[in-house]
Design a protein around this ligand. Structure first.
Ligand SMILES: *Cc1c(COP(=O)(O)O)cnc(C)c1O
Length: 431
């Protein structure tokens, strides 16, 4: 790897102007130390930094780039659309085409609204749920992430039905009290929250496979119980499939697990690397949204044609037979290789996998919720991240994130990653 002089110089200028030198906090690499990456270009599973160093990329723009960077079909669609205009502020057929594709994949999405970020989609889904049920509280799970809207930036100190405590400055305590938190995979806690406050709860929002505390799959029966409790209490079940949609399979987690949510939040993959997200679901709930109903929500660039084309091109590629099977097989191979490597190095790890999502936790015991994820040795993870980066492998810069495999990662890429991990883990064990 050549010296990162140019990257360093760009980062120095960035730090004088952008907050923390970045436009989203995790990019500052604060959890792993070291200097943040400055990217020059991406192609397939690879990124080049500003000094021309190449990295095998397992961030994949946090899952959006499931086809890899600069996929020829997506790039061609973007170029063609750019010549016809990039935003009209008036409806075009591309919005209908992408909506039709999404409904074909996720039949629970009877009606849909496109927006520009996952944050906006989750925030708007909650507003629709509150408007429909005429209730104010929501239930979410500790360690779940649904973007940075005020309602979601709270975290209960204990796992039980407590009032939320704002965990971001700037969120009024009054908002936080409307958000009730439960531990992920703890259906009993949700049952107790509903027993106490069921008539106030508009919705339960959940990542059907948690991927923002590291990957934590739902335990058998967890999602089924959420479906049953919400129905029984007249509350809505919202699946945040911003990561899992079109990743856990063509039909997202809801079809993989056979659970029909009332509302679904999508993002990342459906925009093919452009800023797109969506919320949708039951027609009677979605009809609450303006202009059909009294719940207001709007967006200048919503459904813009460039983004719709990128999404359509991406979904067309994902529809190819065998794509998800290949992704899952390579991810399973990576998981097995990492497990073996950790065993040889005698470093205790827990590896959680769901489809093409994987997290290697430096933890002694199985990880099934946020509390168990938090018992990971984050200092070890930081060393692992640095050792892998030095070997040209870019992992997400936090213990509590998923590795995202893309269709551009080859078997050889996976083998190279396993070999690098073997060396990295051995050096950690020796330290
Ligand atoms: C990324 C993410 C979001 C937020 O999406 P943004 O486009 O970053 O606002 C919401 N929910 C989940 C599950 C996510 O992973």
């Amino acid at each position: 790897m050549s010296a990162r002089n140019r990257s360093r110089e760009i980062y120095r200028r960035a730090s004088e102007l952008l907050i923390g030198g970045v436009n989203s906090p995790v990019r500052a690499f604060a959890a792993v130390g070291g200097e943040p990456l400055i990217v020059q270009s991406g192609s397939g599973a690879r990124l080049l930094d500003a000094d021309g160093n190449e990295y095998l990329d397992f961030i994949g723009s946090w899952g959006a780039m499931i086809l890899g960077h600069a996929h020829p079909a997506v790039s061609a669609a973007l170029a063609e659309q750019a010549a016809r205009g990039t935003s009209y502020g008036v409806t075009c057929e591309l919005e209908v085409l992408l909506a039709e594709q999404i409904r074909a994949a996720l039949p629970s999405v009877e009606r849909i609204r496109f927006v520009s970020s996952g944050t906006e989609a989750a925030m708007s889904a909650i507003r629709a749920a509150r408007g429909f049920t005429r209730r104010d509280c929501i239930v979410k799970f500790e360690g779940g992430y649904h973007g940075h809207a005020d309602s979601f930036l709270s975290q209960a100190g204990s796992g039980l039905a407590t009032f939320g405590i704002a965990s971001s400055a700037g969120v009024p305590e009054a908002f936080a009290t409307l958000t009730l938190n439960a531990p992920y995979n703890d259906a009993g806690a949700v049952e107790r929250i509903f027993a106490a406050r069921g008539k106030e709860i508009a919705a339960v929002i959940v990542e059907p496979v948690a991927a923002n505390m590291g990957v934590v799959p739902p335990e058998s029966g967890f999602l089924e119980t959420l479906r049953e409790i919400t129905s029984r209490h007249g509350a809505l079940l919202i699946f945040d499939e911003v990561i899992t949609g079109f990743r856990i399979g063509w039909g997202g987690a809801q079809n993989a697990f056979g659970i029909q949510p009332d509302l679904t939040v999508l993002g990342k993959i459906i925009g093919g690397g452009m800023p797109v997200a969506a919320y949708g679901g039951r027609a009677d709930v979605m009809k609450m949204v303006a202009p059909e109903g009294p719940v207001y929500q709007a967006g200048t660039l919503s459904g813009n044609p460039l983004a719709m084309r990128a999404g359509l091109a991406t979904l067309a590629e994902l529809h190819r037979p065998g794509l998800y099977e290949g992704l899952a097989a390579r991810t399973a191979h990576l998981a097995n290789g990492l497990r073996e490597a950790a065993k040889s190095a005698r470093v205790p790890v827990q590896i959680n996998v769901a489809g093409s999502l994987l997290t290697l936790f430096f933890a002694q015991d199985p990880v099934h919720d946020y509390a168990s994820a938090k018992r990971s040795d984050t200092a070890k993870f930081a060393r692992f991240f640095g050792e892998m980066l030095a070997r040209g492998i870019l992992l997400p810069p936090s213990q509590f994130e998923a590795l995202f495999l893309s269709a551009a990662h080859t078997d050889a890429d996976v083998d190279r990653t396993i070999a690098a991990a073997g060396e990295a883990l051995a050096s950690i064990a020796a330290a």
